[in-house]
Design a protein around this ligand. Structure first.
Ligand code: XIL
Length: 365
């Protein structure tokens, strides 16, 4: 009998849920404490991106290490909505949502608005047209997945150059009014979910990260003052050794976000090994140090309530797949905590130790 990809996924996911309920007897327990266990006593959630692969050992890894799953691509508007935006094409997203429910994991909604996944129905019309199209989209997606406990309402909308927002027709024309509309609509449709403004270039010590942090804080300040319901800022944290993290400005940013009454979520943590040596042992040590140092700085702030990785293993990873803006040539990249065979690497232990060292905080729920 032939099984479809979805059948296989459901069989694997149910077997795992069953095994977890039966004390995990069907699968050998990990030798190490899972990351979520290391983090729980500290009030920190651990998460990962997930594309719905049905590779059972990966599912087990996610269950053992994560409190929360972020759909890596399945929920993006360009993937989940029809060409005219009038129907939903959930497919893979339904699988991921069911996997989370079956295994007691939270679901983080990623994302309601992202310029790299803008379907044609967005248009460049007036504010009313933009509102109507997005209202329909938010209604479809948010009512289909009521289990989502936090939403990246907007992703990467803050400008990397000048002005407040990235240059896009709808943001050029309507800026704050449009962003406010998205957050207000999200609040109405999911009153108890945590609403996040997610962005990148916020972790490093380079001048462009300094400017981005400043710009993002002034956008947040203005929106919050106008009563826009934003609960948290998401720091993607795609780290790379060519733009190292510098603790002081990151600490200042976390403090200022906290002063605005916001929580901070680390939403897409990974380390691009592009400039590191080919030698695997040396490279793995450097990668581990970058993860560990970043988390020591970030988790010292009690405003940080979640650490989510953009994939747990090199086997399924956007940097290895060549989707990230840069990728080392020659030796295969090793950006994640677990290798191609899902064995923990030094980065895993560095992350676990940083979680164990972190001060306690009240969990954001
Ligand atoms: C990336 C995915 O990982 C890739 O598979 C896809 O081809 C492009 O998008 N910031 C984000 C994520 O917010 O949605 C991006 O995900 C990575 C950068």
């Amino acid at each position: 009998m032939q099984h479809s990809r979805r059948d296989l996924f459901h069989m694997a996911a149910s077997a795992l849920a069953f095994a977890a309920g039966a004390g995990g007897a069907a699968f050998p327990a990990m030798a190490q404490t899972g990351l979520k266990d290391a983090a729980r006593a500290k009030g920190i959630e651990v998460g990962s991106a997930f594309n719905g692969w049905f590779h059972p050992p990966l599912l087990r890894l996610l269950i053992e290490n994560c409190d929360v799953i972020t759909p890596e691509n399945a929920m993006k508007a360009g993937n989940i909505s029809s060409d005219d935006g009038r129907t939903l094409l959930p497919g893979e997203m339904d699988d991921i949502a069911a996997f989370c429910l079956q295994n007691g994991m939270k679901l983080h909604g990623h994302t309601l608005f992202w310029h790299q996944s803008l379907p044609a129905w967005l248009g460049a019309g007036d504010l009313d047209e933009a509102r109507q199209a997005h209202l329909r989209h938010l209604r479809f997606v948010m009512t289909r997945y009521p289990q989502v406990t936090s939403w990246d309402v907007v992703n990467e909308v803050v400008s990397n150059e000048t002005g407040a927002y990235r240059s896009l027709p709808v943001l050029d024309a309507h800026g704050d009014a449009f962003v406010a509309f998205l957050f207000e609509t999200a609040r109405e449709l999911a009153p108890t979910a945590r609403l996040v403004l997610n962005d990148y270039n916020l972790a490093c010590g380079a001048a462009f990260c300094d400017r981005k942090r400043g710009r993002l804080l002034s956008v947040l300040e203005r929106l919050l003052r106008a009563g826009v319901p934003i609960d948290a800022v998401g720091i993607q944290a795609h780290l790379a050794p060519r733009w190292p993290v510098v603790p002081a400005p990151l600490e200042a940013f976390l403090r200022e976000a906290g002063d605005l009454g916001l929580d901070v979520l680390i939403t897409e943590l990974d380390v691009n090994d592009i400039d590191l040596p080919d030698d695997i042992a040396a490279r793995d040590q450097s990668i581990a140090r970058i993860y560990g140092d970043f988390l020591d700085t970030a988790l010292a702030s009690r405003t940080v309530k979640r650490v989510s990785f953009w994939g747990l293993t090199d086997r399924y990873h956007w940097i290895v797949e060549g989707h990230a803006p840069f990728r080392r040539t020659g030796a295969a990249p090793r950006p994640a905590l677990f290798d191609q065979e899902l064995r923990p690497k030094p980065a895993y232990f560095a992350v676990r130790d940083a979680l164990l060292r972190a001060p306690e905080r009240t969990s954001g729920g």
